[in-house]
Design a protein around this ligand. Structure first.
Ligand code: COA
Length: 357
């Protein structure tokens, strides 16, 4: 018994932006981007919103599961580019879906969001089942059997289009799955979550605060993240507030390669399976070089890794669920397969999850 994935879907904006298009706005080239990252194209939302992308992905996942919005008890949305802070992105998607029975909230674990979101949603379902099975474990709580786990991002809103070191990497899109309690299938077998202090703030997006002062006394201070965390640049100055993705690529690369290997090893050990038993790996789609490195280090052949980054770029909290959908669609995941999702990202977060399809 456990939580099983019974439906999956994704949604992409219409507009395809190629590397050659990017070379028209910053000093870059198709050759540089492909060689360093494996990215050819990304989608950018001009008409779409985080809400519309998340809702479309969720609708597709529901249709795939053969379920109606009313069947859903819980909606967790992972995002770092929500359309609003309040209501939550999950609440906006719930409204659009008409999922009248669901409770909804957001989760921010940056690019590892999919792993954290799947773990949180399945834990809530498992705790709900445990509280009702008469074993006396846990307090009484909402009855939950089915959850929509949605990753939705419009990173183009928080991208600095003048910074070639970051703007070529990211894209927009959404992915979703339906998790359902199953009395007979094992579903999710193990998870591993970790936070490593980002002491040098090598991957950040400042909050986009209104800087108008509070009209009494000295006013409310709106510190930059640099001030809050006492981080200064090489000139000894606090980092200025910058509501865009700011990244030290090489430091993140170093963290990512170590984190993905650690999470992959740990989760398989917890699941009681060997790495060679994993039929399909769904990694966070940040850089094909990171995926190739991890494949080699973990000894899981590259051919077993779902690589979708070429056409989407890095879509942060949507990436693993979008790639998971691609893997199902291409027939790479068959019933009974052991599948590993593994990710890393800002926070610094990392994690992995193993399920039996
Ligand atoms: N086009 C052309 N040149 C570029 C460029 C671009 N888009 N971006 C950076 N460069 C230049 C740099 O200015 C630098 O030039 P210099 O040598 O004259 O100073 C050179 O390319 C090398 O830059 P560097 O940052 O060392 O490249 P890299 O090999 O580390 O690749 C990343 C950069 C970002 C692709 C890589 O570091 C990476 O993938 N990091 C991890 C990012 C990640 O996973 N982020 C998401 C986490 S969820």
């Amino acid at each position: 018994m456990g939580c099983k994935i019974v439906g999956h879907g994704k949604a992409l904006p219409e507009l395809i932006v190629s590397n050659d298009d990017m070379a028209k706005i910053v000093d870059t080239s198709d050759e540089w981007i492909v060689e360093r990252t494996g990215i050819h194209n990304r989608r950018i939302a001009l008409e779409e919103t985080t809400t519309s992308l998340g809702t479309d992905a969720a609708r597709n996942a529901l249709a795939d599961a053969g379920l109606a919005a009313d069947d859903i008890d819980l909606i967790v949305c992972m995002t770092i580019s929500a359309d609003a802070v309040v209501p939550s992105q999950a609440a906006l998607i719930k409204m659009q879906l008409g999922a009248s029975n669901a409770v909804a909230f957001d989760l921010n674990a940056a690019c590892t969001g999919c792993i954290y979101g799947m773990d949180v949603a399945s834990t809530m379902i498992e705790a709900s089942v445990a509280s009702e099975d008469g074993s006396g474990i846990g307090h009484r709580r909402n009855a939950m059997r089915r959850a929509l786990v949605v990753g939705a991002e419009r990173l183009s809103r928080i991208t600095d289009w003048t910074d070639r070191a970051t703007c070529v990497l990211f894209g927009d899109g959404a992915g979703a799955i339906v998790l359902e309690w199953d009395d007979n299938a094992p579903g999710i077998l193990a998870s591993f979550l970790k936070n490593t202090d980002d002491e040098a703030l090598c991957l950040t997006v400042d909050a986009n605060h209104d800087l108008r002062p509070f009209p009494f006394g000295d006013g409310v201070r709106m510190e930059s993240l640099g001030e809050v965390m006492d981080i200064r640049n090489d000139d000894g100055e606090f980092w200025p507030q910058l509501p865009y993705i700011r990244m030290h690529g090489q430091r993140v690369f170093k963290f990512a390669t170590a984190a993905i290997v650690e999470a992959g090893r740990e989760v398989c050990e917890r699941a009681g399976i060997k790495l060679e038993d994993v039929a399909c790996v769904i990694p966070h789609q940040a850089n094909d070089r990171i995926i190739r490195f991890a494949a080699k280090k973990l000894g899981v052949p590259y051919e077993r890794w779902q690589v979708s980054i070429g056409e989407t770029g890095n879509t942060s909290a949507s990436s693993v669920l979008m790639a998971l959908h691609d893997a199902y669609e291409s027939g790479r995941i068959r019933p009974g397969d052991f599948v590993m999702c593994v990710g890393f990202g800002g926070g610094l977060t990392s994690g992995a999850l193993v399920f039996e399809a």
